[in-house]
Design a protein around this ligand. Structure first.
Ligand code: NAD
Ligand code: WQD
Length: 341
């Protein structure tokens, strides 16, 4: 019988791509999502890609009674991938309690249910935001974490600690925290992708919306950083590559190949691209010219970061494979699909 995986936040951006990879690897998937940042139609599009509509329940994981009731009714879950969270950095500065409540309470509810209903394995969506601006690049898993720049970032740091402390106290539990760098791109079918509500904060959705004519111009936040072209550098990882790493992490837990019961992996490409290189890459990949201008730095931004992928490559046997231009073309194809262009 196929292993059953609970994917929280499974109609969201990274979750939906991971559901596709899980189904294509033979897993049975059940999604829980309250649709606070995603649409129910995602389920139909997952079905168009994989031929199977995943099971789905709509409720808020920060609601303890509903979460408990879900686990009571759904026996036989072998592992959880916990994506569900609020993720807008700026909004978290304005509404910190909302972020702490949603991200920390849902995590604690899930862990309590894991203990109560004997679900041994969990993979958690963490972020390279826990490293802040590192003193040494590239970033390894041993690079010290820094104080978070935002309440959102702090929820990732504290959730890592909650996870680590909980598995230490409950030896039957096993956890993997995956620290994503900057996920970008969309499924090659263009049927699922990132759906930002309102004006996007992230670079690639802003690029594609500018190219589609929804935004007049892209603002490049700063050209006076200590980088070769002066714009800030990030490690942009293709979302399908990222999704595949989750399947590897799940298989690792299910087959007991994890070395300790709390493991951490960086998920990036190992390469850093500047904002100006991203613009050029998009123009080259799509043939569409972008209207952009240089403006001041954005408050809270770091200068540069990219991952050392050695540990994830060797230990997981996983590697990001897709190139930047190929990835940016998928973002553009997705934007065109969404806008009906
Ligand atoms: P997303 O907003 O597209 O997906 C998150 C999903 O969780 C949404 O569908 C939302 O409706 C759901 N959700 C939120 N709170 C919920 C709750 N209390 N109960 C039930 N469902 C709830 O975000 P994403 O980009 O797919 O990110 C997934 C995870 O990866 C998040 O934990 C995020 O913090 C983390 N992450 C994202 C990035 C990034 O740049 N996208 C980088 C690093 C880490
Ligand atoms: C990338 C680069 C911007 C928009 C954020 C979160 C982080 C993580 C991923 C979850 C930066 C520049 C952007 C624009 C620009 N999320 N930029 N013009 O800031 O690296 O990370 O998302 O954990 O926690 O902080 O990603 O896509 O916002 O920006 O010049 O309109 O693009 O300054 O250098 P960031 P981003």
């Amino acid at each position: 019988m196929a292993n059953k995986i609970l994917v929280t936040g499974g109609t969201g951006y990274i979750g939906s791509h991971t559901v596709v990879e899980l189904q294509e690897s033979g897993f049975d998937v059940i999604i829980v999502d309250n649709l606070s940042n995603s649409k129910i139609e995602v389920l139909d599009n997952i079905e168009k890609i994989t031929g199977t509509k995943p099971a789905f329940e709509n409720f808020d994981l920060a609601d303890k009674d509903k979460t408990d009731d879900f686990f009571k009714r759904n026996g036989g879950i072998d592992a959880i991938i916990h994506f569900a969270a609020s993720k807008a950095v700026g909004e978290s500065v304005e509404k910190p309690i909302l972020y702490y409540r949603n991200n920390l309470v849902s995590m604690m509810n899930i862990l309590e249910c894991q203990i109560k209903y004997d679900v041994a394995n969990i993979v958690f969506s963490s972020s390279c935001t826990v490293y802040g601006q590192p003193d040494v690049l590239p970033v390894t898993e041993q690079t010290p974490r820094k104080d978070a720049e935002s309440p959102y970032g702090n929820t990732k740091r504290v959730n890592e600690d909650i996870l680590n402390d909980t598995v230490a106290a409950n030896p039957k539990l096993n956890a993997i925290a995956l620290r994503y760098f900057n996920p970008v791109g969309a499924h090659p079918s263009a049927l699922i992708g990132e759906l930002p509500l309102g004006i996007p904060n992230n670079l690639v959705p802003f690029i594609t919306q500018t190219a589609a004519g929804l935004r007049d111009e892209l603002k490049v936040f700063g050209d006076n950083y200590n980088t070769p072209d002066g714009s800030a550098i990030r490690d942009y990882i293709n979302v399908v590559d990222l999704a595949k790493a989750h399947v590897v992490a799940i298989n690792r837990l299910l087959s007991g190949k994890n070395k300790t019961n709390y493991e951490v992996f960086n998920l990036g490409t190992g390469f850093g691209y500047s904002v100006l290189e991203m613009i050029l890459g998009f123009e080259k990949a799509t043939g569409v010219k972008l209207n952009y201008k240089i403006v001041d730095r954005r408050a809270g931004d770091i200068e540069k970061i990219w991952a050392d992928t050695t540990y994830a490559n060797e230990e997981l046997g996983w590697k990001a494979e897709k190139g930047l231009e190929e990835t940016l073309l998928t973002s553009w194809n997705w934007e065109k699909y969404v806008r009906g262009i």
